[in-house]
Design a protein around this ligand. Structure first.
Ligand code: ATP
Length: 330
């Protein structure tokens, strides 16, 4: 059976991008494959300069994963730092990763531009740690959003390089989405993607209350005036239609598309519809997550059970890795 691995950083509140890029796939995959899903706390440390909120953010990510339908009895749900084998594989893979290729990573360049005072070695080697997370379970399917495509290519490169140097241990991991293409949920201001730690006012979080969702959506930029039939759709409107595709019924989208095409569309009505459908989608998740988030005993139990499952798989892989590299002296 194919093995699935993915993770989310505890850097803040989960949002629609995390849901449609990652979580929605997790929930379906847990019924079809052997799955490992983690809260990527070590990855979070690459951009955090203090850790006061880490514990509550870890609880939040776990709770929101479960509220979205992840079942800890089906998939291993664990915290990255509890699986110590990750650190060993990370160190070994670092010997196979070249400074030049790491410096070329788009997310590294972007984070370094936004936070020039914290360009640390962990940030540079983020793709190596991510490769370690995935290769540790010899996973082949990695449900992620479009922003992770380049990292997955790097994981494949590191795995293949290891295989060439030391012998076949790792299968090739590939980014996965049940649809045709990897998903990118745009931010409401059209300036990038929805994100936990950037673009916060233009991101819809799974914890936003109904009024806040309405307020954010109504503020989204539209084009001025009604469209000239036959002219290409502007980026702002196209973003709104992309968001509608996530939460609105197909016939509703078709109606708005017809009014767009014949030049009678009212962007206020479109945003109202989008806001109400987002509210309907998010409010049950928010309520469920809120109840789980504060149940420390339950969360601890889940993390322990998840870590035990993940470590078993990790230890089996590390035996193969050490053997292949000749690190088995006795
Ligand atoms: P941060 O802002 O801290 O970098 P993030 O919101 O980008 O966080 P990650 O923890 O890096 O989220 O990613 C978790 C998962 O969510 C990944 O699979 C990533 O591809 C996916 N994801 C994040 N943002 C989006 C988005 N806007 N559209 C689709 N998928 C996304």
């Amino acid at each position: 059976q194919q093995i699935v691995m993915s993770g989310i950083r505890p850097t803040g509140f989960l949002h629609l991008g995390n849901y449609f890029g990652a979580l929605r796939n997790y929930v379906r995959m847990q019924n079809e494959f052997t799955c490992y899903f983690m809260v990527a706390d070590l990855h979070a440390l690459t951009t955090l300069t203090e850790t006061k909120e880490l514990k509550s953010n870890v609880a939040r990510v776990l709770a929101e994963n479960i509220a979205c339908g992840l079942d800890p009895d089906k998939a291993a749900l664990y915290c990255q730092s509890h699986v110590y084998e990750t650190n060993e594989l990370y160190l070994l893979l670092n010997m196979l990763a070249y400074k030049g290729e790491l410096e070329k990573t788009v997310t590294f360049k972007e984070k370094a531009r936004l936070h020039p005072d914290n360009v640390n070695a962990g940030l540079l080697t983020y793709p190596v740690l991510q490769a370690a997370d995935i290769l540790l379970h010899r996973a082949t399917l990695v449900p992620v959003g479009k922003d992770q495509e380049q990292h997955l290519e790097m994981s494949r490169n590191f795995g293949n390089r290891f295989n060439h140097r030391f012998g076949d241990v790792f299968p090739e991991p590939h980014a996965f989405n049940y649809g045709d293409e990897l998903v990118k949920v745009p931010s409401l201001d059209g300036a990038g993607k929805m994100s936990k730690s950037e673009n916060q006012f233009a991101t819809i979080y799974l914890s936003d209350d109904d009024e806040l969702i309405r307020k954010k959506v109504m503020k989204a930029k539209t084009d001025s005036g009604t469209p000239e039939p036959g002219t290409p759709m502007g980026e702002n409107i196209s973003n709104l239609f992309s968001l509608m595709k996530l939460v609105c019924a197909p016939d509703v989208i078709e109606q708005f598309m017809n009014t767009y095409n014949n030049g009678t569309i009212r962007y206020g009505d479109l945003k109202k519809q989008l806001a109400e459908d987002m509210v309907k989608f998010i409010s049950p998740i928010r309520e469920k997550a809120e109840a789980i988030r504060t149940d420390e005993k339950y969360l601890k139990e889940i993390m322990e059970k998840g870590a035990a499952k993940a470590r078993k798989s990790a230890q089996a892989t590390m035996l193969l890795v050490r053997d292949a590299m000749g690190l088995n002296y006795y």
